[in-house]
Design a protein around this ligand. Structure first.
Ligand SMILES: Cc1ncc(COP(=O)(O)O)c(C=O)c1O
Length: 406
């Protein structure tokens, strides 16, 4: 089904933070997105209705159980999985530390794992530390500094019979590059390795399918896709059941909650379901997954137009240097996240000047330390301008004009 075009004015009217009088242009989506009115209502509604802990014999405990079930079902639709394949945790980093420790229990000296230089450090250091604990070798796949694409040949070369795990991003939070996940997953599985996908940056822009990809584990964070601050892990049921998480004795032995340590933020979980329902409301279809598919089609069309406009504009500015894919003909392979520098102006000063004009952009390394090392931009990093579906062509023009004036 073809997607109905995105009505950006209608979209923006759903985001109180964007509509606040005097609000700036939120071009910091890669660092965290704003939330829709329905997310705010769901969070406060959950708290207003009365929340009890899980497993109690009274009504408010039932509220929390319903919230958890609804959140698992919504996230399952977002990642084309089943509700019992959805685990929640404080954020992606904490979940990745937990999973890396659990998977590493089965590693033995001489085993190997693969990480990439394109990844956010949250998908590198937890694995490195787990590998060091177990005497496991870490192979690092590079990316092409000229266009920010993963070195696919290098990836294949890094795989071997002792590879136990591959940790790879779906999209770079610095350069916006999208990785060819299906091929990477297939190659990793051929050597018997598990694949842990960091979908944190990808999830605001494109839809993934656990089933379709055949990936083993996908990690994401709701605050990057218009929801509240809470992380999630979507994993193959048999894997979640067969691996051994570090857990307390009375915690469940079966089901996704065996991976969930302590008490979850029920109010945030109410917000997660609302964020996914908001995204689905942008699409059409008989069920939530098909509405999400059409919604992300419309989001992609809109973001591609913004990216093209931005790339064309920056291409005319000799003092602005953009990293990653710069060819407007290759927008399939990148999302609308741009790392750049302005000749002779420190990234922090660029961000401050733009901030004074109500243009909210990030600067620094955004924890993509491998990217900055490879580009020779550590420790100061680069300016990052990110567009998501609630951004407008006018905001692109405003940031272009401001960059030109610097
Ligand atoms: C690509 C990517 N991965 C992982 C993370 C870490 O996510 P969290 O803040 O949920 O730990 C981020 C946060 O910026 C990110 O952009």
């Amino acid at each position: 089904m073809s997607a109905k075009p995105l009505d950006v004015a209608a979209v923006r009217s759903r985001f109180p933070a964007l509509m606040r009088p005097g609000a700036g242009a939120f071009l910091d989506g890669p660092g965290g997105t704003q939330v829709s009115d329905s997310v705010i209502a769901a969070i406060s509604g959950a708290l207003e209705a009365g929340i009890g802990n899980l497993g109690g014999a009274f009504e408010a405990s039932g509220h929390s159980e319903a919230i958890v079930a609804a959140a698992r079902s919504a996230v399952a639709d977002l990642f084309d999985a089943t509700p019992d394949e959805v685990v929640f945790g404080p954020n992606m980093t904490t979940l990745t530390f937990a999973v890396s420790r659990a998977l590493a229990r089965r590693w033995v000296p001489g085993d190997e794992i693969v990480v990439t230089r394109l990844d956010h450090d949250a998908n590198v250091t937890p694995w490195r530390l787990a590998a060091a604990d177990r005497g496991v070798r870490v192979r690092t796949v590079e990316f092409d500094a000229a266009d920010g694409t993963l070195d696919v040949a290098g990836f294949h070369a890094a795989l071997g019979p002792r590879t136990r795990l591959v940790a790879v991003t779906a999209a770079s939070n610095a350069l916006g590059t999208v990785t060819p996940l299906a091929d990477l997953v297939a190659a990793a599985h051929e050597v018997g390795a598990l694949v842990y996908v960091d979908a944190v940056h990808h999830s605001a822009h494109r839809l993934l399918s656990l089933r379709g990809l055949g990936a083993d584990l996908i990690a994401a964070s709701a605050y990057k896709f218009f929801g509240p601050h809470i992380g999630m892990l979507v994993g193959r049921r048999d894997l979640l059941e067969s691996e051994d998480p570090y857990k307390l004795v009375p915690a469940h032995d079966h089901g996704p909650d065996r991976w969930e340590t302590g008490t979850q933020s029920f109010e945030a979980l109410a917000g997660v379901a609302a964020a996914i329902d908001y995204l689905a409301s942008l699409g059409e279809g008989a069920d939530r997954r098909s509405r999400l598919e059409t919604a992300f089609g419309a989001i992609r069309t809109h973001e591609t137009a913004l990216a093209e406009r931005f790339l064309t504009g920056v291409g005319e500015m000799p003092r602005v240097r953009l990293f990653g894919i710069t060819d407007p003909g290759r927008l399939e392979d990148r999302v609308a996240t741009f790392a750049l520098e302005v000749e002779g102006v420190h990234p922090r000063v660029v961000a401050e000047r733009l901030g004074e004009r109500g243009l909210y952009v990030w600067d620094g390394d955004y924890y993509a330390v491998g990217v900055m090392d490879r580009l020779g931009k550590a420790p100061d990093g680069l300016v990052r301008v990110g567009f998501v579906h609630y951004n407008t062509a006018d905001e692109v023009d405003r940031v272009l004009a401001a960059l030109d004036e610097l």
